[in-house]
Write a protein that binds this ligand. Structure first.
Ligand SMILES: NC(=O)c1ccc[n+]([C@@H]2O[C@H](COP(=O)([O-])OP(=O)(O)OC[C@H]3O[C@@H](n4cnc5c(N)ncnc54)[C@H](O)[C@@H]3O)[C@@H](O)[C@H]2O)c1
Ligand SMILES: O=C(O)C[C@H](O)C(=O)O
Length: 334
C-alpha cells in the first residue's frame, strides 16, 4: 500500500460528515491503495456521538482505513495533517442567508486557522465547507500566514454539480455528458452559474451547452436562480441543509485536487484572489474555473470571453464578498 495520508474532518459528528466519512475511509477519494489515518474532530458535547461514528467505521472493516483518531482537542486534531476538510460549523435554517452565519461561525475559523498555522504540515491542503464558506476560508488563510494561500480552497462544487444536473436534465442527457460548467464568486444566492463555456454531448456529438439548450431566456433566468437558491430549497423541504449532495461534492472536489483534472476539463473552486484574474478584487476567496495538475497545483482557466451580462453578475457576487470580508474583519484577532 502506498504511503499514507492523514486526513482531518471537522464537524465529524454532524450530518455531512455522516455521509462523507465512509467515502474517504473506503478509498473513493484518495484511491484504494492509499492508507488513510482519519482524524475526526467535534466539540466536547458531541464526544459520545463521535464514539458511535468511530464504532461504525470500525465495523465497516475497510482495507484502506489504517487508523481512526476521534478527538475534541484542536491540537491533537491538526497535528501533522495532510488534508483538512473543515465542515464543522452551524448550518443555516429556513429564512437565513449564509452570510447570517458569519458571526456564529467566524470564531471557529479563526481558531482553526491558528491551529493550522501551529500544528499542521506546511504542505497541508485545506477545504472549507462550513458557511459562509468563502469568507470562512479567507479567515482561516489569514490566520495561517505561513501556509501558502494557494493551499486553501472553499467548496463550490455542489453548485457546479447542481448546475450540471439542471442542464443535463433540460437536454435529456446523462449528467456526465455535461462538462466545464463554471461557478463564479460566492457560494451564496449571488453566485453566477455560467453555462456559456460548458459543453454537452447530445446524440453522440459535442456542442456548446448554450447552443444545445437553445433557450437563452431560461439560461439567463430560471436556470441561474434555481442553482442560486437550491440550498434554500433543500432546507425548506428537508428542514435540514443538504448533506448527501454536499458530501458527494466534497469528494469530487478533493479527488480532483489530489489526482488532477483530466485533459481539457476544468472544475470550479473558491480560491484566494490575488487580483490578477478576470479583473476580480484582491483578498477575497472567489470561485473560478481551474485546471489541476496531479499533486494539486492548480491554474486558473484564462482567456474566457466574458459578456456584459456575465461581467455584471461576476461583479455583483464580488461586491457581496467584499462586504462579507468587511463584516468578518470585526471578528479577526488584532
Ligand atoms: N459549501 C457548501 O457547499 C455547503 C453545503 C452544505 C452545507 N454546508 C455547511 O456545512 C456546515 C455543516 O453542515 P452540517 O449539515 O454537517 O451541520 P451539522 O449541524 O449536522 O454538523 C455540524 C457539526 O459541526 C460541529 N462543530 C461545531 N463547532 C465545531 C468546532 N469548533 N469544531 C469542530 N466541530 C464543530 C457540530 O457539533 C456538529 O456536529 C454548515 O455550516 C453548512 O451550512 C456547506
Ligand atoms: O444552503 C445552505 O445553507 C447549505 C448549503 O450551503 C447548500 O448549498 O446546500
Amino acid at each position: 500500500m502506498a504511503d499514507g495520508l492523514k486526513v482531518l474532518v471537522t464537524g465529524a459528528a454532524g450530518q455531512i460528515a455522516y455521509s462523507l466519512l465512509y467515502s474517504i475511509a473506503n478509498g473513493d477519494v484518495f484511491g484504494k491503495d492509499k492508507s488513510i489515518t482519519l482524524v475526526m474532530l467535534d466539540i466536547a458535547p458531541m464526544a459520545e456521538a463521535l464514539k458511535g461514528v468511530v464504532m461504525e467505521l470500525q465495523d465497516c472493516a475497510l482495507p484502506s482505513l489504517k487508523n481512526v483518531i476521534s478527538t475534541t482537542d484542536v491540537k491533537e486534531a491538526f497535528t501533522d495533517i495532510d488534508f483538512a476538510i473543515l465542515v464543522g460549523a452551524m448550518p443555516r435554517r429556513q429564512g437565513m442567508e449564509r452570510k447570517d452565519l458569519l458571526k456564529a461561525n467566524a470564531k471557529i475559523f479563526v481558531e482553526q486557522g491558528q491551529a493550522l498555522e501551529k500544528y499542521a504540515k506546511k504542505t497541508v491542503k485545506v477545504l472549507v465547507v462550513g458557511n459562509p464558506a468563502n469568507t470562512n476560508c479567507l479567515i482561516a488563510l489569514t490566520c495561517a500566514p505561513s501556509i501558502p494561500k494557494t493551499n486553501f480552497t472553499c467548496l463550490t462544487r455542489l453548485d457546479q454539480n447542481r448546475a450540471q444536473s439542471q442542464i443535463a436534465s433540460r437536454l435529456g442527457v446523462s449528467n456526465d455528458s455535461v462538462s466545464n460548467m463554471i461557478i463564479w464568486g460566492n457560494h451564496s444566492s449571488t453566485q453566477f452559474p455560467d453555462a456559456a463555456h460548458a459543453s454537452a454531448v447530445v446524440g453522440g456529438s459535442t456542442a456548446n451547452a448554450v447552443e444545445a439548450v437553445k433557450d437563452d431566456a431560461w439560461l439567463n433566468g430560471d436556470f441561474i436562480s434555481t442553482v442560486q437558491k437550491r440550498g434554500g430549497a433543500v432546507i425548506a423541504a428537508r428542514k435540514l441543509s443538504s448533506a448527501m449532495s454536499a458530501a458527494k461534492a466534497i469528494c469530487d472536489h478533493v479527488r480532483d485536487w489530489y489526482f488532477g483534472t483530466k485533459g481539457d476539463k476544468w472544475t470550479s473552486m473558491g480560491i484566494y484572489s490575488n487580483g490578477s484574474h478576470y479583473g476580480l478584487p484582491e483578498n477575497i476567496v472567489y470561485s473560478v474555473p481551474v485546471r489541476i495538475a496531479p499533486g494539486g497545483e492548480y491554474t486558473v482557466v484564462e482567456g474566457l470571453k466574458i459578456s456584459d451580462f456575465a461581467r455584471s453578475k461576476m461583479d455583483a457576487t464580488a461586491q457581496e464578498l467584499l462586504e462579507e470580508r468587511n463584516a468578518a474583519w470585526d471578528f479577526l484577532p488584532t
